[in-house]
Design a protein around this ligand. Structure first.
Ligand SMILES: [Ca+2]
Length: 225
């Protein structure tokens, strides 16, 4: 193999590796962009909801004190809490929604890990902690496909907790470009939960490991010359 072909082959390995490492979720830490109305019923772009500004529909953006977003002490929900990552996080009731158009669609059959830092509410007013689940949809109003669920085990005293789940992208993932985090309740009481640093990353599989093997083989061949 000559130097040019070796260079092209190694570049292809590099391109594939880079593409796989790119994040599907944009602004997963809710740090970029300005939110109006002190963040109540508002989420920063590219996040949005079916009715931005409607406090019975849209998720909220919370910020460390004096930041751009809801004060953690608002309604006593997150009194004393600061962001797990950066200066802001998002939260919502089980009856509220939020979504974004992902940067890339998921690859059908590929395994992914979804992770996030989650926080239960300080719930003195008749609501409780719940869980998070994640869906895909073909439009911003059609969360049709459940892809992952986090156990509803996070309580107020635990602070921020990193949760994750692994899933296989469905066969129609190419047509499901919208991503929806949702809060679910486990009993009769409504629940409110916070979330920060949402990520979806591919699990290295047989395909990418084979490419790494090809790259290593090329390097070995080059050394032998
Ligand atoms: Ca954040």
């Amino acid at each position: 193999m000559n130097r040019i072909r070796l260079g092209i082959a190694l570049s292809m390995v590099g391109i594939v590796g880079t593409t796989r490492a790119l994040a599907q979720i944009l602004n997963g830490g809710f740090e970029a962009g300005f939110v109006t109305a002190n963040g109540q019923a508002q989420v920063p772009s590219p996040w949005t909801s079916t009715a931005p500004g409607n406090p019975f529909v849209s998720f909220d953006t919370w910020a460390n004190p004096s930041g751009n977003g809801l004060n953690p002490a608002f309604a006593g929900v997150f009194t004393g809490v600061t962001a797990a990552q950066g200066k802001r996080w998002a939260g919502g009731w089980n009856f509220e929604n939020m979504h974004q158009l992902m940067a890339f669609t998921l690859t059908p059959g590929q395994q992914y890990t979804i992770s996030a830092l989650v926080h239960a509410p300080n719930a003195p007013f008749g609501y409780v902690a719940g869980g998070w689940r994640f869906k895909l949809g073909a439009t911003g109003s059609s969360p049709s496909t459940l892809i992952a669920t986090f156990a509803p085990t996070v309580t107020w005293s635990m602070g921020w907790v990193l949760q994750s789940a692994t899933f296989t992208a469905p066969s129609n993932a190419g047509s499901l470009q919208y991503f929806f985090p949702e809060v679910y309740k486990t009993g009769t009481l409504n629940t409110y939960m916070g979330i920060d640093d949402i990520r979806i990353t591919p699990v290295p599989g047989a395909g990418s490991l084979a490419l790494i093997g090809v790259g290593a083989g090329i390097c070995a061949a080059r050394r032998r010359r």
